[in-house]
Design a protein around this ligand. Structure first.
Ligand code: CA
Length: 225
């Protein structure tokens, strides 16, 4: 799962990012409205946390253009203002929820969890494919009585593969969703991670394997199917 934080105040943005980190949620920071809007429209984010007070294009305008551009990602809007008219404007432009600064860490996390549970942004606690079950919360991958801990990146990749339910996921999507725009590694890093995951599947004695689709990407397949 990836969350986009659009906030110009660096300290606030980093505080939110660290808070999300404690919940194993990966996030990227966009420091202004233009950059944020571009990133939000990429479709790789499961949630956008959007500050209203931004230099240049403000949060309300980002919100309006995001929805006008067809972006359906849930948006949690942050504001220092507590005036009712602003809240109404925010919700009218398509924000899903409003949080007024200052807020408690627990309050922000509760909103994030609630928005990620909404239909269309479903992030189930556990996902299954074949004989595999992945706990998204803990990153534990299980098969029958066996289980193994996945690293953060392995968890992201396995989550994407299981969510695709056997259809191929292209390399670019895997790289973007697991690493983000700013940290895109060399393409062969992806192959290395797939090889780690394959070893873990072998260790679990799973009937599921990771299949390579040349020129496309990767998918899960049940042996014998
Ligand atoms: Ca701000």
């Amino acid at each position: 799962m990836r969350i986009l934080i659009i906030e110009d105040e660096e300290r606030m943005a980093l505080t939110i990012q660290q808070l999300l980190n404690t919940q194993r949620m990966i996030s990227d920071i966009a420091p202004d409205g233009e950059t944020g809007l571009d990133a939000a429209l990429s479709g790789i984010y499961d949630l956008v946390i959007l500050d209203v007070m931004l230099p240049g294009m403000d949060g309300l305008e980002v919100m309006r253009r995001l929805r006008a551009g067809g972006g359906q990602t849930p948006v949690l809007m942050l504001t220092a203002r507590s005036g009712v008219p602003d809240r109404v404007r925010g919700l009218n432009t398509g924000a899903d929820y409003y949080l007024t600064k200052p807020f408690a860490s627990s309050e922000l996390l509760a909103c994030v969890r609630a928005l990620l549970r909404r239909p269309g942004a479903i992030r189930a606690d556990s996902l299954s494919f074949g004989d595999l079950t992945l706990s998204v919360e803990t990153g534990v991958l299980s098969c029958g009585a066996e289980s193994i801990q996945l690293s953060k990146k392995e968890l992201e990749l396995m989550h994407l593969l299981i969510s695709a339910a056997g259809t191929p996921v292209d390399r670019e999507t895997l790289l973007l969703k697991a690493w983000g725009y700013d940290n895109m590694p060399e393409s062969n890093v992806l192959d290395a991670y797939m090889s780690f995951l394959r070893k873990k599947l072998q260790h679990l004695q799973s009937q599921v394997e990771i299949s390579t689709r040349r020129q496309i990407g990767y998918c899960l397949r049940e042996r014998g199917s």
